[in-house]
Every structure is written in C-alpha cells, then in structure tokens.
Design a protein around this ligand. Structure first.
Ligand code: SAM
Length: 276
C-alpha cells in the first residue's frame, strides 16, 4: 500500500487536478494572510532563535516553509508531505539550497534524533491519536528538541454581523471531526494531553488574533472562505447547501461594517528524555 493510501482523510484528498489546484491556492493564501502574525511569533521565541535544524511535517505545497526559510535563512529545513501532488509542486517551484522536500509521512519518516524543531502547521487537527503523534515526533527530535503545533483557536473565530449559514457549515465540520475522532475536537487541550505524556511539557502557548475589516469584495478573506467551501464541497462529506453559504458570505462581505477574526495558536511542546 502506498504511503498516501495509508493516510486517509476525505478533506485532505489532494488527488485530481481541481482538488490539487484548490489546495495549492488555499495553502498559498493562508501563508500570505497569516505570515505577519507568525513571523512575529518566531522573532519572539527563544526556542526558535536557537534552533538550527527544522522538520516541517505536512508541508503541503511548501509555500509556508519556503517563506519562513527566507526570514531565517541560517537554519536548515527538511519538509515532508504525504501528498505526491503537493510535494511535486514544492519540488518544482520552491527548490532552495537550505530546504529538502521529500514525499513521506510522519508515520514512516525515520531520521532519528535529527531535528531541533518539528513544525506541524494545520496538520494535527486532521490526524487521530495525539499521543501517538507525540511518540513519532519524539523519535525524530534531538535531545531537548521541541514540537511546534500551529492550529486555529476555534473559540476566537468570529464574523460580525453573524453569518448563520457559514456558522452552520462550521458546526457540521466539527460534527464530522467528532465522528471521525480527529484531533480537531481536542485542539484546546493538546497542551494538557502533552503534560500528561511522559517526557513532554509545554514550553510556549500563545494565541495571536488576526482581525479583518470589511468591506470584503475581492478580498483575500472572502477568497479564503470560498476555497474552504470549495474543498469541503468536493470532499462530499457534509449535507450542506453550499451555494447558499457562498451567497450569504458575498452579501455579508459587501457591508462596510463587516468584521472577521481568526485566532492562531502556537503551542510549543518540549521533549525531555532523561535517557537520551
Ligand atoms: C492543511 S494542509 C497544511 C499544509 C502546510 N503545513 C501549511 O500550513 O500550509 C495539511 C497537510 O498535511 C498533509 N498530511 C496529512 N497527513 C499527513 C501525515 N501523516 N504525514 C505527513 N503529511 C500529512 C496533507 O497531505 C496536507 O498537505
């Protein structure tokens, strides 16, 4: 069985030209929109400043790691993803002397004790069994290394005036994830789970809010929401009238007083193995 076939997620299915293209656009846009907040986190993180070797697990099309590497060119980066479509985009479009892209999965990648920091950005939520992720990452980290998890803070995600159809869509995504038992249901308590896991502790836990003010006609924000909706529609997992959600967002986005905020959480977990 191929690595890709082993890791099944309907939402993350990047096969097929349309799905690959939607994911490619989405990952570029998310990088562009949230990078200022993220660079500000990195610049203020002592752990990050000291790190030399970085592994980005689930790097997608490589857009994020490539941008980060421009800000911190003195570090060396390895970036893996299970999607053959996205990793070939990364290899073809973003090759750089300090980044190595490779098609592989967290579950099969085997470079033991090789990295100071493992980044998982917008990946943990899609996978199951957080303790086993910690175990796999602990195998890859150098002694005293850290896992940096970057995920949305869903409690901070808000549109004003409210968008009930979009909220209903988000609720269905949460119901689906609860049914699938993915880590998305446990995002607020990942730190608590890590603290209860032998040799792991929380080193940093920060939330940054990225606010957007309307009107949103032809904006990155509306484009981002449309791409999320397109990908969810393609995955065929939700019983939703997607065009009604699209129409609602377009009307909402025309209002000069429209406001939206997305919270991004940076959870830095330290692995201390006394036996190392
Ligand atoms: C939402 S995307 C995030 C991409 C990138 N980290 C970013 O922030 O732009 C999640 C990525 O994780 C990859 N992925 C899912 N399960 C994985 C696994 N077990 N090992 C490696 N990559 C995985 C998917 O193929 C997808 O590209």
């Amino acid at each position: 069985m191929s690595i890709q076939a082993k890791i099944k997620s309907a939402i993350l299915d990047t096969s097929g030209a349309e799905a690959t293209n939607n994911w490619h656009q989405l990952l570029d846009l998310q990088t562009k929109m949230f990078l200022p907040y993220e660079v500000s986190f990195y610049l203020n993180s002592n752990i990050w400043k000291k790190a030399k070797s970085i592994l980005d697990v689930g790097c997608g099309n490589g857009s994020y790691v490539s941008r980060i590497s421009k800000f911190f060119p003195e570090k060396s980066y390895t970036a893996i993803d299970v999607s053959s479509e996205l990793i070939s985009i990364a290899k073809n479009e973003l090759s750089a002397s300090n980044i190595r892209f490779q098609q592989d999965a967290l579950e099969t990648f085997s470079e033991h004790k090789s990295f100071d920091v493992v980044i998982m950005r917008l990946v943990v939520q899609h996978l199951k069994d957080f303790p086993s992720i910690l175990q796999q990452v602990s195998y890859l980290l150098k002694p005293g290394g850290t896992l940096l998890i970057i995920e949305p803070d869903l409690k901070k995600f808000q549109n004003w005036p409210s968008t009930p159809k979009f909220d209903n869509l988000k609720q269905h995504v949460e119901i689906y994830n609860t049914k699938m038992e993915t880590n998305r249901c446990h995002l607020p308590i990942l730190g608590e789970i890590a603290k209860k896991t032998q040799n792991w502790s929380v080193a940093e836990d920060k939330v940054k809010i990225s606010p957007f003010t309307g009107p949103f006609i032809a904006s990155n924000l509306l484009h981002l929401y449309q791409l999320w909706i397109d990908i969810l529609e393609q995955s065929q997992i939700l019983p939703i009238h997607f065009d009604a959600v699209r129409d609602e967002l377009i009307d909402w986005g025309k209002q000069p007083s429209a406001y939206s905020q997305i919270g991004i959480r940076f959870l830095h977990l330290k692995f201390n193995d006394e036996n190392q």
